[in-house]
Write a protein that binds this ligand. Structure first.
Ligand code: NAD
Length: 349
């Protein structure tokens, strides 16, 4: 299989293939760019159908982390790792230890955090073998402490980002009475919906997990809709907080919302869908700009946690988005394209 010639290879500095016979570890660590600092990004465990699929995924994701961290003004580069395997049946202590030793061998060029298929507990376990893991430290909150899980910071950053989008598109500061459709009420979506409700927004929610949806509906007093109904609702904001590629040829024509702003990664099916949203007058908050709260949280854990510094940094997502929106309007370009240009100005030398 060719690697250098893959379009996703896109200037990667280093790609490391790791294996360990005893534990069955097969993993790939990709460092896209370290101009601004060590590469930090999640470690995903997934039963990829082929090695090629795993390579493509890690390359695409690590590049995205370079843009996300640069945009969030972090002294971090972009990287990601994938472990090939089913996290429910193949994740063993021996496998995690072998992966942690592979991280240690990279001497901090790449730092791992939790992602799909890995947890705070997994990162804590790996921390016995390497210092190059993050998302493991309990953090103070208003009323107590929370775990190293960065989801609350992601949800808060997304809430702040929705405020920026509402200001830019609708010219208002208050979210009172704002109509928002939230797709996915998992870790981030539910927390975001609670903040929106507290700010006076009117909510519609959906999820494919029935119990989560019923529980969320009770907590939020929101209107529940079926998963395929969430796109066409007569709302102000569509907030995707479930999965990627949900802005595509089938869903975009259904949208009545004038703003798309949510936490999901890789929301655009293809980059041309950003242009399609612009043509329809829909303001799109680029996913990696609005959902950077999590990486900001993990970064602050590494530089010595200070709650007010973290909150201030997450709230910077407002200004980052405003810069993107204003420049996109001035240059008549899709917001995603403009965000990429700004990120490149920050990390390219
Ligand atoms: P999660 O798994 O806790 O929640 C996702 C929810 O979406 C689940 O309840 C799931 O049942 C639901 N869902 C899946 N497919 C759906 C569909 N077709 N329709 C409706 N609901 C569906 O994940 P999370 O941590 O809340 O993350 C949500 C999104 O935000 C993901 O795309 C993730 O990559 C992104 N993100 C998360 C973080 C973080 O800190 N957790 C950071 C950055 C980006």
């Amino acid at each position: 299989m060719a690697v250098f010639s893959l379009s996703d290879f896109a200037d990667h500095e280093q790609v490391v293939f790791c294996s360990d016979d005893k534990s069955g570890l097969k993993a790939i660590i990709a460092v896209h760019n370290s101009n601004l600092g060590p590469a930090l990004g999640g470690c995903r465990m997934w039963p990829y159908a082929s090695e090629e699929e795993a390579v493509r995924d890690v390359l695409r994701l690590s590049r995205g982390m370079t843009y996300k961290s640069a945009m969030a003004n972090l002294k971090l580069g972009g990287g990601k790792s994938v472990i090939i395997g089913n996290p429910r049946t193949e994740k063993t202590p021996a496998l995690l230890a072998a992966f942690a030793r592979a991280l240690e061998n990279l001497n901090g060029r790449y730092i791992a955090a939790e992602d799909s298929g890995t947890s705070v507990e997994d990162m804590k376990y790996m921390a016995q073998f390497t210092s190059h893991v993050s998302g493991i430290v309990d953090k103070p909150t208003d009323g107590g402490t929370r775990s190293g899980d960065p989801s609350p910071a992601t949800a808060y950053g997304t809430f702040v980002g929705i405020k920026a989008a509402v200001k830019a598109k609708l010219g208002r500061d208050s979210l009172d009475g704002l109509r928002v459709a939230v797709q996915g009420v998992g870790h981030v979506g539910l927390d975001l919906a609670q903040q929106l409700k507290a700010a006076g927004a009117k909510l519609w929610i959906t999820d494919i997990h029935r119990e989560s949806l019923a529980e969320a509906a009770k907590v939020l007093g929101a209107t529940v809709v079926a998963p395929d109904e969430i796109f066409g609702l007569d709302v102000d904001v569509f907030a995707p907080c479930a999965l990627g590629a949900i802005l595509n040829d089938q869903t975009i024509p259904q949208l009545k919302a004038s703003i798309v702003a949510g936490a999901s990664n890789n929301q655009l099916g293809e980059s041309r869908h950003g242009l399609e949203l612009m043509k329809r007058g829909i303001l799109y908050a680029p996913d990696y700009v609005i959902n950077a709260g999590g990486i900001i949280d993990v970064y602050h854990e590494r530089i010595g946690f200070d709650r007010s510094a973290l909150v201030g940094h997450v709230e910077g997502i407002y200004d980052n988005l405003m810069e993107v929106f204003e420049r996109a309007l001035k240059e008549a370009r899709p917001t995603g394209e403009v965000a990429d240009a700004i990120a490149e100005e920050r990390f390219m030398r």
